[in-house]
Ligand binder design. Structure first.
Ligand SMILES: Cc1cc2nc3c(=O)[nH]c(=O)nc-3n(C[C@H](O)[C@H](O)[C@H](O)COP(=O)(O)OP(=O)(O)OC[C@H]3O[C@@H](n4cnc5c(N)ncnc54)[C@H](O)[C@@H]3O)c2cc1C
Length: 296
């Protein structure tokens, strides 16, 4: 449980951090909240020679509105997201998701940037990012670029970030009009990580679902956007039977993970059930009244 020896630097500008990252290559790792990286180092599953601590770089944390978008800095903690009154009003799916991450200690230290960059297949915020169609701003030696959440997650713990790139901020839409949101997960009992978690936002137009986003975590090797489910429901009148048929599509073309916590079959079952429940809850908060289907 003791990590291999390492050096630690605290750059005060983003350029300084990028230079250190570029010159040390594979030997360096960025440090944000440390709640994923340090456990790996203690188990010696990661042994970076240099930790580049992001905590002293100004402007990397914070939540602000820019027109019809909300911007969240990469170093913003889960607790800051969970307790942000601005996000509760403008994009409640983020606080709803952040508040069920791990426990209070994890939420106090863990950051949104660290969670997304680490790309755990069961990370909660990834599901919300995908549902909302978030855009991720990254800076590296080659300059700056924006990535869509769908382009960001490539595989198990693998993202589109190049080794010299730093995730700096995340942009999500302000949910205006009659919008409803929900994030539901079945937590693994020890860590709180999702066996399966489903994030949904939808916009209502009378009893119709005018638009919808569905993001799923925990089911496969990477979190994904359930586009088939969305297509099934967009511009339709929401009824329990329709939502049930749409939710069954969440597992199509996905290879569910199986491990000591849940078999692949159980995860697939949970994905269909939690997709159904999250859509019903989002519809309810958008003001659409539905009668509950039997057994749900
Ligand atoms: C007991 C426990 C329970 C947990 N439960 C949950 C849970 O229920 N749900 C959940 O989603 N998560 C859970 N987590 C994970 C937690 O949310 C972590 O905080 C998060 O995954 C990583 O964020 P961090 O800021 O701690 O990143 P760090 O551990 O500092 O970094 C993680 C990785 O991301 C890289 N990195 C960090 N910041 C950036 C950046 N800005 N740009 C590029 N790369 C970067 C680092 O180099 C490292 O490789 C749990 C963790 C623990 C220890």
């Amino acid at each position: 449980m003791i990590p291999a020896p390492f050096d630690h630097i605290t750059p005060v500008t983003l350029d300084e951090a990028i230079r250190a990252l570029t010159s040390h290559g594979e030997e360096a790792k960025l440090l944000a909240g440390g709640h994923s990286l340090l456990p790996l180092m203690k188990l010696r599953l990661a042994s970076p020679k240099l930790l580049i601590d992001l905590s002293k770089i100004p402007g990397l944390a914070g939540i602000r509105q820019e027109g019809d978008k909300m911007t969240v800095g990469a170093l913003t903690t889960h607790y800051q997201i969970e307790s942000s009154e601005l996000l509760k009003e403008k994009c409640p799916l983020l606080p709803q998701t952040a508040r069920v991450i791990g426990d209070v200690q994890v939420r106090n230290r863990g950051t949104i940037g660290g969670s997304l960059a680490h790309a755990d297949p069961a990370a909660d915020l990834a599901a919300a990012m995908l549902a909302l169609g978030a855009e991720l701003r990254v800076r590296g030696a080659q300059g700056e670029r924006w990535l869509k959440a769908e382009e960001f997650f490539l595989d198990l713990m693998t993202t589109a970030l190049s080794p010299s790139e730093i995730l700096t901020e995340i942009r999500v839409p302000v949910l205006s009009g009659r919008c409803g949101t929900a994030y539901l997960k079945l937590p693994q009992k020890a860590s709180g990580f999702a066996l399966v978690g489903v994030a949904v936002w939808l916009r209502a137009d009378g009893g119709l679902c005018a638009d919808i986003g569905v993001g799923v975590t925990g089911l496969g090797a990477k979190p994904f956007r359930a586009v088939r489910v969305e297509r099934h429901l967009r511009r339709k009148r929401l009824e329990p039977a329709l939502i049930e048929t749409a939710s069954a599509e969440v597992t199509l073309r996905i290879e569910p993970l199986g491990d000591i916590h849940a078999s692949a079959e159980f995860r697939a079952h949970l994905a269909r059930l939690y997709t159904y429940r999250a859509i019903v809850e989002a519809a309810r908060t958008a003001g659409i009244s539905l009668t509950k289907a039997k057994g749900k």
